[in-house]
Design a protein around this ligand. Sequence first.
Ligand SMILES: [Zn+2]
Ligand SMILES: [Zn+2]
Length: 204
Amino acid sequence: MKTVAFAGIGKMEVREVPDPTPESGQIVVKVEYCGICGSDLHEYHGEGPSMRASGVFQPVMGHEFTGTIAAVGDGAGLREGDPVVVHPGGSCGACFYCTNGLSNVCATQWGTGYMHPGAYAEYCLVKAEMALPLPDASALEKAALSEPLGVALRAINRGGVQPGETVFIAAEALSACSPSSRQPERTPARSSSPSPPNHAESWH
Ligand SMILES: [Zn+2]
Ligand SMILES: [Zn+2]
């Protein structure tokens, strides 16, 4: 299959690699749509913080994606041909954090597009539990933005933003901004202290 691989700062190239084969509990997704995340752009431009510097980076990025299931491993419980959106993190599901609703800080992440090859490719191998079924194929395009939407919702919820408030959005990702025809009255924006970085913020 063809992939688009990081080949050095400012350089991407098409590479031919073997098609992935699912093992037990895994599926292969035929990629239909994939976003270009701000963190992918940071890698491309050689800006930090970088997954390359941490030593866990492989060259095929792409973690905001949808597709149809092309192959199913034993016990995966999904069907070939079904449309899915993929959660790129893929936490272990068994550690203290995963069993207490904090899977975003699980130390054993699958890491699609970082530790494992991502969706800048024709096919992408993931764990079955990372795939969320979509109602039908018409949702494939919009659902590719589920991951950045989740990041934005998390930020909004943590910030306690209320309807009618004036806010400043500091974000590079176009997908983090949604248009609105509403014209709220101007009220003072809330101030907030920056939070320390965590795993969750590295997956947007
Ligand atoms: Zn875990
Ligand atoms: Zn992202």
